[in-house]
Design a protein around this ligand. Sequence first.
Ligand code: C2E
Ligand code: MG
Ligand code: MG
Length: 367
Amino acid sequence: RGHVFTDQHEHVQGPLEAEAVARNIRAAQQEPFEVGGRPVSVSASVGITICPADGTDPVALLNNADIAMYRAKEQGRNTAKFSTPTMHEEILSYHRLETDLKEAVGRGQFELLYQPQLRLADQRVDAVEALLRWQHPERGRLSPGEFITVAEESGHIIPVGLWVIEEVCRQLKRWEGAGVPVPRVAINVSAVQFRQRGFHDVVRGVLESHAVDPELIELELTEHSLMEDTQGTRECLRALKNIGVRLAIDDFGAGYSCLAYLRQFPLDVLKIDRSFVSDLETSLDAQAICSAILSIAHRLSLDAVAEGIESEKQLAFLTRNDCLYGQGFYFSEPVAADRIAALMVQSGAQATRRRRVTSRRLAAKAG
Ligand code: C2E
Ligand code: MG
Ligand code: MG
């Protein structure tokens, strides 16, 4: 990562020419070079800021260029991105969020909502997905889309992610203590968290200290986490599997889908990305992709979960194609933990007789 300063007056007349310089830099970077006798080429993501249009303070300009570079990376790498006037405000708000995040766990500002996953054959709830919310003191309740990237880039995702796993364990114990049917809980794991050294030991430690049955925990990994088929990835997945947790791959089909990892890695669940489900009614392609993913899941003995079901027709298609589980606003939005007990009982989840009585009362209370 480096900076190229171009003197506007001598070489570059404006944004168009800056873009041409960026293109040249990228082309030069892509020239293969040799490392240990093997040809290697790298791609470059370029952030561009223009003085004085974007400011005159050197530190601010470097910041602009940095943020623009991150945008370029987000948009698939090997591209160039300009800093824009609105970016300045974004940079400030980015740094404010980063500072606030540092304190958020300690100040108890996070909470988890839970979204039920239904077995499509009998519409029974036996699992839920934990979804993170941040009660920001000034900005109100924030969804992960508004802070996860900042958390990942700043490294704060590590303590936040740990809090999530611990809170799920505490919640499982609360449900158990209340005598209500206890669902399996799916937890989202960021790639940054997954690649942290000894992640599996962290998971094992938390489950042990809360005496939680590992079968009640499903870890949702992204395709991004599994993209690099390294020794480390394999070992971590194997170690997690040995603990006894289930492993799911989230948003399947939306990223760099690589079918090889479905065979190589010890996965249990494949979650079909919401984008395919939402297009089911209007697109034959989406139908073809969904049924192809479902048949891959069946053949490889993976449980399939369709995310983002919003309509009867989507549900009918997925049921017809033997999708095992479904999740989406059609059934329920993510809700607070105390509503889950009632939902599970309504759906006829298995529980002991004594437990049933307690949870009916809960259901009646929840109305
Ligand atoms: P995801 O894991 O794919 O979660 C599903 C997202 O889709 C959730 O958004 C959920 O509220 C939303 N959703 C569920 N059903 C429907 C539907 O029928 N229609 C529509 N339009 N949306 C639906 P949410 O809670 O905003 O989370 C967004 C993403 O943030 C998650 O996507 C996940 O990648 C990430 N995330 C959430 N919680 C955590 C967490 O604790 N740790 C980490 N690392 N990431 C998290
Ligand atoms: Mg998920
Ligand atoms: Mg998903």
